[in-house]
Design a protein around this ligand. Structure first.
Ligand code: HEC
Length: 197
């Protein structure tokens, strides 16, 4: 009888047993608790909102309203059976998420709003919108107290990334500005994350 292979199998089994027990003995790997900074949180929300807005602009509005000219965009979309504006879509989603209990909030603002209610509503919004308009691609981050609660407030420049942004805004009867060009900062997306719960 050849003993060597049996020994080898025996050694292997012993090693495996040791390894298995060793694995069982090792305390469960504790997951590191990483806290995300309010800035990273706001940046991530912005990335999602910006991607959704771009999808609506490119896949729906550009195609149906401009390329195929089948369905125009109108703020009175329901009565006129049109597509809602990108801003209405954003407001709808922002309100829905608030109703579902989200602590953060977001809104579109501009120093040249078509819709009056999109003008700056706080000193921080005004300062942030002026900052992003002057500094092109730079975001604006600060802290702000509203209703006795402190917030991390981020303002992201909203640029005319498509030619239709400028064309459509320049044509709107209530637009206070009619010289927007592709690439211009047209306003900002304001995101607020509470710093106390
Ligand atoms: C087809 C027309 C149209 C296009 C295209 C369009 N917008 Fe608008 N936008 C509007 C209208 C109308 C409003 C206000 C609507 C409302 O609040 O109901 C608005 C609102 C805004 C606001 C909030 C301030 C305001 O004017 O009320 C910003 C900022 C803005 N748009 C930026 C952009 C950018 C950037 C693009 C391109 C990526 C773009 N828009 C494309 C029609 C358009």
């Amino acid at each position: 009888m050849n003993v060597k292979p049996i020994l080898r199998v025996g050694t292997l089994l012993a090693t495996l047993t040791v390894l298995l027990f060793a694995a069982e003995d090792t305390p469960e790997k504790t997951h590191k608790l990483t806290t995300i900074s309010p800035r990273k949180f706001a940046d991530s929300l912005h990335a999602v909102i910006a991607a959704d807005r771009e999808a609506y602009a490119r896949l729906i509005v550009e195609r149906l309203a401009f390329d195929e000219k089948r369905l125009p965009v109108s703020p009175n979309w329901r009565a006129e059976r049109c597509l809602p504006t990108h801003a209405q879509l954003l407001r709808h989603a922002a309100t829905t998420i608030q109703q579902r209990g989200a602590e953060f909030s977001y809104t579109l603002r501009s120093l040249w709003p078509i819709n009056e209610s999109h003008g700056p509503q706080t000193a921080v919004e005004k300062a942030g919108l002026e900052f992003v308009a002057k500094n092109g691609g730079t975001n604006f981050y600060t802290e702000e107290t509203l209703g006795g609660r402190s917030y991390f407030t981020a303002i992201y420049p909203d640029r005319a990334t498509l030619p239709s942004c400028a064309t459509c805004h320049n044509q709107q009867p209530t637009s206070p500005r009619r010289d927007f060009k592709p690439g211009d900062v047209m306003g900002g997306l304001v995101i607020r994350v509470p710093l106390e719960f």
